[in-house]
Ligand binder design. Sequence first.
Ligand code: FDA
Length: 319
Amino acid sequence: MVQHLELEQQFTTAFKKMARRADLKAYVEKTPELNRILRQAALRYMAGDTLQDGIAAGTKLVERGYSLSIEYIGENTLSVSECEQAAAEMKALIYELKKAGIPARVSFDLSHIGLSIGKSLAYSCLIDLAGQTADTDIELFISMEESGKTDDILSVYKQAAAVYSGIGITLQAHLLRTPDDLATLTSPCRIRIVKGAYQEPDNLSISRSPELNQRYLQLVEKAVQQGHRVSIATHDEVMINSVLEREWLENNHAEIEMLYGIRPDLASRLQKSGKPVRIYTPYGQEWYLYLCHRIAEYPPNLYQAVIDMVSKQEMNNNY
Ligand code: FDA
């Protein structure tokens, strides 16, 4: 049993490394058959390659009674022109959502729109996007990246939120600093709480454990008490049951948010019992990294990926 857990941990670390290997990604991109079958596996977790795919999947979810988050996948963009291209895509997304009358949360990494080049570029892209969402049902939501970027992300967020209060921010329960970060968010705002997806040093974080679950619930409780609107972003059924017991979903200040294609059975059960559920739906061409992350965080997804690669049936997530 111990050996199995150790193996699983090593697998997760290895897969996260694979996700970052530019040579492997380039090889997949230039090998048509490999590209086709891996993309087929990625489609379980994303709407497709294009903005139209994102809107189509999002429309279906909204029609079925879910709230929607939507992301044009990307991160760590290293040239100004690529940052501008990403921001232009997000503007087009906001425009299409407005046109289709779909209320949605547009989520993104600040490093996709300039943070890897400098805070000022990320800030100006963010403010430009926020201007597009004024007087609409569309909100912007910032994801949280590696701990080396946390200070910069929070600083850009706070600067922009002082101008557009509707922007939301993600906090990671696994970072030891997060309760202090939460305490600095004094005005009621929109917060997503996640366990944390990045490999972090032991002196900065705690790994998956009952202690982490406890800290997670404490953060949610604090955020709800502080009057924030909280997205409880997890697929952990034990945690979700604790959330249901505490009745945080009843007062309209909290919701469950889950990634597209992960535990659609659980999302559907919660939604059908009247609980507020949001589905985080990504689209775009950068699916390689996204697929690797979904497998790394839950190794049995590798079995699912192999099944999906050879399946002749159209992907159907049954929401
Ligand atoms: P955990 O990893 O502890 O697993 C508990 C159980 O949940 C598993 O045993 C399994 O049953 C189920 N489960 C979890 N992951 C699964 C998977 N991939 N497939 C199938 N079942 C799975 N992270 C981050 O660092 N920054 C961010 O901005 C975000 N943003 C974000 C938005 C949203 C809406 C969600 C849901 C998640 C994120 N994350 C994130 C990812 C997050 O930090 C975390 O890595 C994943 O949600 C997995 O953690 P869980 O809390 O789901 O459970």
